[in-house]
Design a protein around this ligand. Structure first.
Ligand code: URA
Length: 237
């Protein structure tokens, strides 16, 4: 593929802007400046540098972030900074979207991609993909609250009760629950529906994927093959 097309496909601007970057000598491969926009390179495992920063060619982008609190999963946030401000500009520019959304104050695991099919699969409730949340409650949880979440909660605007597929008390004011649907404010509304109040909510896991311990709040990383495999390797409890 021509280097101009490669750089463009990876989010480094319009074709014209990419051509300008190349002609300015800001793109290199294997330590050699590539200043001719029409030079061809095989894209498999290609690593290129733009302004000294190394990037691997990726036909599609799949990434995960350790979402901090206080940011909105929107390109046009209303009250808090956008989560997209935490991603490098070429990644945003190539059109990645979050896979579903977390509330501004919900933290931890969120996925992003520019692959529409992937976004649809992993955000739709149809596949019943388990998502594990840790909720810190205002009051100590009781076994009755846990049983109620497992039995199902009738939410205001839903035709059927929604239920946790797993739920347990994990601390003095903590529960861990697994849901397989993705309705608006679902976990907070479920807990409110059984008389509890969430003061903090963290998403621990999607499918078989959890945040690696070294991925700190606000950081992101590419989903490499083993993480993509972990994601798809799940069982409904
Ligand atoms: N459920 C909620 O209530 N909030 C989230 O951010 C995610 C799930």
């Amino acid at each position: 593929m021509q280097i101009e097309r490669i750089i463009h496909s990876q989010g480094f601007g319009s074709r014209k802007e990419c051509r300008a970057l190349i002609r300015a000598g800001l793109v290199s491969i294997d330590g050699q400046v590539v200043d001719k926009p029409h030079m061809e390179f095989p894209v498999d495992d290609l690593v290129f540098e733009v302004e000294g920063e190394a990037w691997r060619y990726r036909p599609k982008a799949y990434l995960m972030m350790h979402k901090p609190g206080g940011c909105e999963c929107s390109h046009q946030p209303q009250f808090h900074p956008s989560i997209y401000g935490l991603l490098p500009w070429p990644v945003v520019q190539r059109g990645v979207q979050s896979v579903g959304r977390l509330d501004q104050d919900t933290t931890r695991l969120i996925l992003f991609s520019d692959d529409g099919q992937f976004i649809h699969t992993w955000s739709s409730g149809k596949k019943r993909i388990p998502k594990v949340y840790q909720a810190v409650l205002a009051e100590a949880p009781t076994e009755a609250l846990v049983d109620h979440l497992l039995a199902g909660v009738q939410l205001h605007d839903e035709p059927e009760p929604v239920h946790a597929v797993a739920c347990r008390i994990t601390g003095e004011r903590r529960i861990e629950l697994t849901v397989t649907e993705g309705k608006y404010h679902m976990v907070k509304r479920m807990i409110a529906g059984v008389g509890g109040h969430v003061v903090q909510l963290h998403r621990q896991q999607i499918g078989g994927l959890s945040i690696p311990p070294d991925l700190l709040e606000g950081e992101w990383c590419w989903l490499e093959d083993e993480q993509a495999a972990a994601l798809a390797n799940w069982v409904v409890p």
